[in-house]
Each structure stands twice: as C-alpha cells, then as structure tokens.
Ligand binder design. Structure first.
Ligand SMILES: Cc1cc2nc3c(=O)[nH]c(=O)nc-3n(C[C@H](O)[C@H](O)[C@H](O)COP(=O)(O)OP(=O)(O)OC[C@H]3O[C@@H](n4cnc5c(N)ncnc54)[C@H](O)[C@@H]3O)c2cc1C
Length: 476
C-alpha cells in the first residue's frame, strides 16, 4: 500500500468531471462508504493526513454485533438504549443493532480476519465484541479497507489534503474547498471523525478536532448534542495511550491508592470515569488477567517502562469520543441538500447520551453504508457553479484552548465555566459550550455540578442552527 501522500496515481482537478461522491475522511466510515458506493459511482476520498493516521486505526476493543449463539439484535439494542440514558433514537438503534451481523459478514468477505472468540465490554450483557489481532481491531480493519480503496478502479484518493470549507450553491452543497483547490461533487459525505483532541487530555490523534462539524455548521447544516463528549476512564497517566475496556472485560481491576477496589469495573463509562476523576487517578491491576491476549498493549506499556505483571498501572480519564455532531437522518442526510455525514462526526441520535463500548466502529459501517447508498440518489450538478465563497480563517487549536476545555467543559462542568468558553476564539468550542449550557441537567456523558440530577424535560437533543436559538428536539 502506498504510504505517501498521493492522489492515487491520477491527479483530480476542479476542471475534471465532478465526483459522484466526494468522501471527506479516510477512517473506517469514509473508507467503507467509498467501497459501498464505488460499484455504481466514481468516488473521490480526501484525507488531511495519511489514510492510516485516523482515529479508526487506534480502535482497540473491537466491533459490537450480536453474532453469538446466546445473543440477538434485540438484546444488543436493549444494552445500547440503557447506556444511552433515555436519549437514544430508537429507529437508529434498531438499524445499528439489526444490521450489525451483516456488516461483520461484509468485512469477512472483504478479507478482514477476526479472532475466534467474542470479547465482553462494559455495558454489554453478552460477549458480543468481535476483534482482530487482540486489541488491534481498528488497525486491521482500516488497513484492509484502505488496501481495497487504493486498488479500486473507480476510487481516487487524495491523502494529505485538507478540506477548509464546504462549497455551496444557494442551499445545496456542491463540493468542498481544500487548501489547494475547489473540488465539485454531486454528493459530499463528511466522515471527518470527532473532536476529542480539542481537550487537553485525550486518547485521540491530534487531527481529531471536529473540522467537518464546524464546516457543516458554517455551511448551514444543523449540529446537535456537542455537550456529550465521552471521557474514557482508563488512559495511561501522562500519555494518550488507552488501556482498553476489554482489559476490564477480562477481569482487570481498578484499585485506589490503598489497593482497594472502589467501583464496578464494567459499569458504564461515564460512571467509571467520574469515579476515577473524583480521586484524580486510579491503578489498573492487570496482574491476574491473560495478558498474552493483548500483545500490542503490553508492548506499548513495556516501552513506557511499566511491568504489568508486577505492578498495577496508573490511569486517569481522557476525552475520547464525540457523541454529538452533524444532525443526520438514518440515510446520513444532513439539513443541507447534497451533504451527508457518517461516523463519529454525525449525530444520528444512536448513542443517546452515552455510547456503548464498541458501537462506534459499528456505527461507521452501518451508517457509512447507508449514507453512501442514499448519496448516490443525488441529482447531477448544474452546468455552471458559482465561485466558492472564501473559507473562514483557520482557528488554531492552542494549548490554552485545550486547557480551557479541560477545565471548563471536562468531566464535571458548571454554568460559570461554560459561560467563559462562549468567549473562546474557536467556533466549535463556543458551540460545545452553548449545548452544555442548554442542558441544565446531568445525563450520560454530561455532568453539570450545578444540575446534578437527570431531568425528564431534557429527554431531548440540543440542536443548533446558524442564526437561530438552540432548540430541544425529540428524535424517533
Ligand atoms: C484509542 C481509541 C480506541 C478506540 N477503540 C474503539 C473500539 O474498540 N471500538 C469502537 O467501536 N470504537 C473505538 N474507538 C472509537 C472509534 O475508533 C472512532 O469513533 C471511529 O474510528 C471514528 O471513525 P471515523 O471514520 O468516523 O473517523 P476517523 O477514524 O477519525 O477518521 C476521520 C478522517 O477524516 C479526516 N479528516 C478530518 N478532518 C479533515 C479535513 N478537514 N480534511 C480532510 N480530511 C479530514 C482524517 O484525516 C481521517 O482520515 C476508539 C477510539 C480511540 C481514540
């Protein structure tokens, strides 16, 4: 596989015929969507970094799917809804869990080799997490999809080229503007990932700063639920290295400074994360588990000077996953014609107020495919397109901004801190604070010190549209 920034051997310019589908993002959502569309269409995949530098490549635990004999999509849906704390969109959960086994079969047919056993993770009532290479699932899946995309005759790839803005014609998206050129497309699919790298402590790669979410909002699409950033309970202290939930599924214990257990290790993420945050750090005891099942992780720990066979490992929470994002229907359609979104940048409502472990790679597959197929129904572009409007100036993600988000919109927030963030010189930070201010309750990933209880009036999604007041919406 080519590892250099490339346009896949064939340069694409604005003067060429527009792509049928322009996919922005080379993670699992973008790559899988591209492959789903390419049997009927000419696809261009754009990624600001190398294809294998996405968050997807880091995914450790696996992909949830009811493929075990004692399991069913209904049971998977029940666990997903319970974790979502009353906010999950039921139709999206039914699609996610119902289509999961078929999407796993797709991956097997595409050549992904999964391990024989199923993993157990927090919030799941059954062993239902398929994984590859132990904790190397994301890398194995993304690598195989990238190989297929790069060799596909109807898919072109532009690596190392950043989208700066969406290109609109009246109220329709007609492509994107990159740092090099305008790129027209009959349909545009944002698969640009989440924004967890905006926070000081994060498990995400540095590029996960929500470019697509901000661009969609600027262009007129609705965004929602940005207050629902999930914090992973167990990242190695002073590092972005995630110590997967699968370790706790295999029996790893969380201990306090006296060596005592203080929580249910398999409780939902927000509960475990806040328990640890209240103590500052905790120790993850891997001494009694079958560590040989996680060779990659054990190697990374050894590189950092830890011996998990001898001593428990210091861990603390870190920003991990963006539950909210660009509002879409179940076909990935945004509120801007011609613009679709899938994967972590999208808000289908499927995760409710908290994502169940290993449901996000699954979301990339299920909704990536749905968006790709729906996008193929877009009409052709007009013969003449207006020149794109100038892109908004770049808003740098500075250490000060990341510290401010950690302090004022971390695991526990309050109105005063969130008000401060409304002054931040960064659109997505302001939108996140706006959503968090509206949700005057605590639910799932969102904990307000000044509103510590769940409130039925907020069993709704917080939706932001440019030039309008925030609204609360129920999605069925
Ligand atoms: C350490 C870690 C472990 C995880 N483990 C699991 C797990 O076990 N199971 C699970 O289900 N989920 C897991 N997750 C979450 C999951 O990996 C992500 O939610 C998922 O991979 C997101 O995929 P995506 O395709 O939506 O986006 P990404 O994989 O983030 O890809 C985004 C793509 O968009 C590109 N991009 C972004 N902005 C621009 C721009 N302006 N112009 C051009 N390109 C752009 C990026 O370069 C990248 O190619 C984990 C996450 C982390 C960080």
């Amino acid at each position: 596989m080519s590892r250099k920034p490339t346009t896949n051997g064939r340069a694409t310019t604005a003067s060429e015929a527009p792509a049928d589908l322009l996919v922005v993002g080379g993670g699992v959502a973008g790559l899988f969507a591209a492959l789903c569309a390419a049997s009927d269409a000419h696809v261009l995949v754009l990624a600001k970094g190398p294809l294998l530098a996405s968050t997807s490549s880091l995914a450790q635990g696996g992909i949830a799917a009811a493929v075990g004999e004692d399991d069913s999509p209904v049971l998977h849906a029940e666990d997903t809804l319970r974790t979502g704390r009353g906010l999950s969109r039921p139709s999206a959960v039914a699609a996610l869990t119902g289509e999961a086994p078929a999407r796993i079969r797709d991956l097997v047919e595409l050549g992904v080799e999964f391990d024989a056993d199923l993993g157990l993770e927090g919030g799941h009532g059954r062993r239902r997490v398929v994984h590859a290479g132990g904790a190397a699932t994301g890398d194995r899946v993304a690598r195989r999809l990238a190989e297929l995309v790069l060799e596909h005759p109807r898919i072109e790839v532009a690596e190392g080229e950043r989208m700066r803005a969406l290109w609109t014609n009246g109220d329709r998206c007609v492509g994107v503007v990159t740092e090099r050129r305008p790129l027209p497309a009959r349909a545009t699919l944002l698969a640009t990932g989440g924004a967890a790298a905006l926070w000081q402590r994060t498990t995400n790669p540095p590029g996960a700063v929500g470019d697509g979410i901000a661009a969609a909002y600027r262009a007129g699409a609705a965004v929602a639920d940005l207050e629902l950033t999930q914090f992973h309970p167990t990242a190695l202290v002073d590092s972005s290295l995630l110590l997967s939930e699968a370790l706790r599924g295999e029996g790893a214990l969380l201990l306090d400074e006296h060596g005592e257990r203080f929580t249910d290790e398999l409780a939902p993420r927000d509960v475990v994360a806040r328990e640890i945050d209240a103590r500052g750090t905790a120790l993850l005891d891997l001494r009694e588990i079958d560590r040989a099942r996680f060779p990659g992780l054990m190697g990374r720990l050894a590189e950092q000077g830890f011996d998990p066979a001898a001593t428990p490992i210091p861990v603390a929470p870190a920003a991990h996953y963006t539950v909210g994002g660009i509002v879409t229907d179940l076909g990935g359609r945004t509120e801007l014609a011609g613009l679709y979104a899938a994967g972590e940048c999208a808000a289908t409502g499927v995760h409710g107020a908290n994502r169940l472990a290993s449901n996000s790679l699954l979301e990339c597959l299920v909704f990536g495919r749905r968006a790709a197929l729906a996008a193929l129904g877009e009409p052709g572009l007009p013969a003449r397109l207006p020149d794109p409007a100038p892109a908004a100036p770049d808003e740098p993600v500075t250490p000060e901004l990341r510290a401010a988000l950690w302090r004022d919109c971390g695991l526990a927030r309050d109105g005063a801190g969130l008000e401060r963030l409304l002054e931040a010189p960064h659109l997505l930070t302001r939108l996140t604070a706006e959503c968090a201010l509206v949700r005057e309750e605590s639910r799932g990933a969102h904990f307000r010190v000044d509103f510590p209880a769940e409130d039925g009036a907020f069993e709704r999604h917080v939706v932001l549209r440019r030039g309008a007041e925030p609204v609360l919406e129920a999605w069925r």
